[in-house]
Design a protein around this ligand. Structure first.
Ligand code: ADP
Ligand code: MG
Length: 411
């Protein structure tokens, strides 16, 4: 689960990680009064969306497609993007009026962009140096890892491509935490000098402690800055949490911004379905995560692309199957549906009844391929055969994959 920059900075503050002073604002008036309280003389107005690249992003309503494309090469604070530098309260007001309600397109939002309905007003920082820093879990080493580079403001994927040597990695011992010596060595490696070295080392330790205490799965500070007077601060913050640990962070759950999340995934969550939207055109309805993954594999292997991952679970009820089917058919990208069920605890006749009920309710505009195997498979097939549904049946996974891909291609 992701949260906004202003929420992440509040959590960082609580854990003793230095961030500039700032205040969230949901309206132009709030933005103006936040700027008033912060005092200036320089403010930065920052669009709050669950995507990065805001500085070099462009607002869709005022920019052409070419301009949006070209902005990525410009300066993040050129006065047109999702992060704007302001030198007076009037400029703060103008920036807030411009951003709120507008749709921001960045490298990470996709072409459709994201509507801005929250702002963060922050004091302008005196930046001497911008660095990249993130904390994540290095699964191959079973350890929390700090990743850093001297190229702040640049996405780490770009650094990895252009100059992989420039990325420094430091692993955290789970028993003793991040050592001060490790932090100082990393700071020096990044080119820091003077007081900034020790300050950075303390910053790294607090950041790692925050990451662990909050059950984060990713915590990215880009840029981490050294100020003119050698202070070390987080100028940006992206924080996301391990969904399996959210039960012990009620305060984090409350930060959820549903307007930023995928509608279909939210609806699926309400019915207890595991669902992830993907960008292909074959909708999949499967029971069990392993079978769902094999189904996606076979679709790719046969030259197609799955539109989603959907696991209805081991013991799904009819209404869950109906909900699952509806979620899939709602996606206009779906050109064929593959129902692939291996009946164990889940009985194939329940699936068949669920599919029939859903089709009666929402109709069926695309070809439907069904493969039923295991408990009550015969009964399930009979239910489908006896209906007047136009269903393509398959006996095994291979055949199901071939038929689904052909159906999606209109063959
Ligand atoms: P994004 O990564 O989404 O573009 P950032 O928060 O990293 O957003 O802001 C983009 C750039 O804007 C930063 O790299 C930095 O140069 C500048 N910036 C952001 N916040 C401030 C601030 N409080 N003071 C001065 N400059 C800022
Ligand atoms: Mg950033």
């Amino acid at each position: 689960m992701k949260i906004h920059e202003y929420q992440a900075k509040e959590i960082l503050r609580r854990h003793g990680v230095p961030v500039p002073s700032g205040k969230p604002a949901m309206s132009v008036d709030e933005a103006v009064s936040a700027a008033d309280q912060l005092g200036g003389p320089i403010w930065v107005v920052k669009s709050q969306i669950h995507a990065g690249g805001r500085g070099k992003g462009r607002f869709a309503e005022v920019s052409s497609a070419e301009e949006i494309q070209a902005a990525a090469d410009g300066h993040p604070l050129d006065g047109k993007g999702g992060v704007q530098l302001c030198r007076s309260i009037d400029e703060v007001r103008a920036a807030a009026e411009f951003m709120l309600g507008n749709t921001l397109v960045t490298k990470q939002t996709g072409a459709e962009g994201k509507q801005v309905s929250r702002l963060y007003i922050e004091g302008g920082a005196d930046i001497a140096q911008e660095l990249y820093l993130s904390v994540m879990l290095d699964r191959s080493n079973h350890r929390v890892m700090l990743m850093a580079s001297a190229a702040g403001g640049t996405e780490i994927e770009d650094v990895a491509e252009a100059d992989p040597e420039a990325i420094k990695r430091v692993h955290v011992d789970p028993a003793i935490g991040l050592g001060g010596w490790q932090g100082r060595a990393l700071a020096k490696d990044l080119g820091l000098t003077g007081k900034a070295v020790n300050r950075a080392a303390v910053f790294f330790q607090k950041l790692v402690a925050c990451y662990v205490a909050m059950d984060c799965d990713m915590l990215e500070i880009n840029p981490l800055i050294v100020t003119g007077d050698d202070n070390v601060m987080a100028l940006d913050a992206k924080m996301s949490f391990d969904g399996n640990a959210l039960y012990r962070h009620k305060d984090v759950q409350a930060l959820r911004d549903l307007s930023e999340e995928d509608e279909a995934e939210l609806e699926a969550g309400e019915y207890g379905l595991s669902f992830i939207n993907l960008d292909g055109n074959i909708g999949c309805l499967v029971n069990g995560a392993g079978l769902a993954m094999s189904t996606m594999d076979i679709i790719q292997y046969k030259g197609g692309k799955p539109a989603n991952f959907l696991d209805v679970g081991g013991g799904a009820k009819k209404d869950q199957v109906v909900a699952a089917f509806k979620i899939i058919t709602k996606d206009p990208a779906v050109k064929a549906i593959l129902v692939n069920i291996f009946g164990g605890i889940m009985k194939c006749d329940i699936i068949a009844e669920g599919v029939l009920a859903a089709v009666q309710e929402v109709g069926l505009q695309v070809p439907l391929v069904v493969r039923l195997s295991g408990t009550n498979a015969e009964l399930g097939r009979k239910i489908i055969d006896e209906s007047d549904l136009n269903v393509i049946t398959a006996d095994d996974l291979d055949e199901a994959g071939t038929k689904a891909v052909a159906a999606a291609q209109g063959a």
